[in-house]
Design a protein around this ligand. Sequence first.
Ligand code: BG6
Length: 503
Amino acid sequence: MSTDAAHETPLPSDSPPAPPCTLVIFGASGDLTKRLLMPALYNLSAGKLLSEDFKVVAVDHNENTDAGFRESLSETMQSFTKDTSSEFHPDHIDATAWGFVRDRIHFRHGDFAESATFRDLAGVLTGNVVFYLAVSARFFGPIVEHLGKAGLLTQADGAFRRVVVEKPFGSDLASAKALNATLLAQGDESQFFRIDHFLGKETVQSILALRFANGLLEPVWRAGHVASIEITAAETIGVEQRGAFYEPTGALRDMVPNHLFQLLCMVAMEAPDSLAAEAIRDAKSRLLEAIRPIPPEDAVRGQYTDGTEFGRAVPGYRAEPNVSADSRTETYVALKLTIDTPRWEGVPFYLRTGKRMTDRATEIAVHFRPPAQSPFLGACAMAPDTLRLRIDPEQGMSLGLNAKRPGPEMRLGRVVATFEYGDFFHESPSVGYETLLYDCMTGDATLFQRADGIEAGWAAVEPLLQAWRDAPVAFYPAGSDGPEEAAALLTRDGNAWLPLGKG
Ligand code: BG6
């Protein structure tokens, strides 16, 4: 299991180190840098995946020095050894691996709104550069414009200039299109790496292998064999300190056109022509474009009220800091999707995501149809075969099948075959950003979103964004499986959500 693997000493990897490169981080004092980027660089360093000529230029509007900044990051890295709630919680920090990164970090004071910041950078940066926008979304466009104007995106003498754009990428179709236009006015599509951290999860990438590398599964992965597919991203945490971001955002924008649709792509796209980045991104874009715009009657929005998290009393969403007392922002979404491709004709896709749910579980459940002809039909109650792909925090798969119960009569019982990745593969410690950072440096765009894919995702949810402007929310107590209306959405089709948890 990855949770145990995260405690192991990092092992060197078989992959070659990334090419020499300077990683310029805008928003260097922020949470993302501390919690994810630095641990990811540390893990890459431990795996010998960074070039000797790797450098970090940390840009932030707060004053600091190289020594001061390095020291504060070193303290944060040490603090993770005691923080079991963190994504990154190693037993100890390997001095050599961290020293390699620490000694290559240079701090630069700069305001992202000032051209002078970028002129200064242009004076010191040479060769390959990856600019990482670890900043609030409102700075994405302006920073890229400054980079372009300062000539920092010009790729000369074989050197690359790339920009990593975090999420949220826009807040609706119009704003996503505008941001894409801003980016593409300053550089080429191949220079922009739009991150969706769900694609950094090995278990998500593995869905392609499962579907297209197994003769047993590939032929049945379609209408005729599949009855329905459920995609769940349930969290136990609440909005807590993120109210200011979450109030205008809500669960739909935060999770659906990005994370859940990436899972949907992996599970539903057609076979790409090859494993090349563009072939995979073409197949994903075609799938996203085939999502029928979601009618509001096929979606439910919910908001948590006070309740419990693992037995501890927790406040409702409206009582969280920076949240309006009569907020109608949703913290839960459930919806039914139709995909207009022959492969998925008549197969409903049910998606749900929420905060403050009973259990944390990101998973996909594929429910298969019963056999068309069988001596058991009418004789015994047959449960559908269900394949559950567990992405987080469990990492593995389970297949629920019918078997004969022991005894003189022919009666069926449920058996479940399971496997966990950790039982078969050694996993290198990961916070989910290692592969993404490495891929930016090597120029592999497979796990990043292309402009057309981003826009197709927003287009599919646009009817809901419009309809939900003034719509009420359904309530659910913190620590539950979501609002009753979400259960009703499936009951309508004679289906039911799988209970959350290991099941
Ligand atoms: C982020 C969302 O993108 O993904 C958060 O903004 C959410 O609200 C998080 O909690 C979930 O990611 P993970 O990897 O913890 O499942």
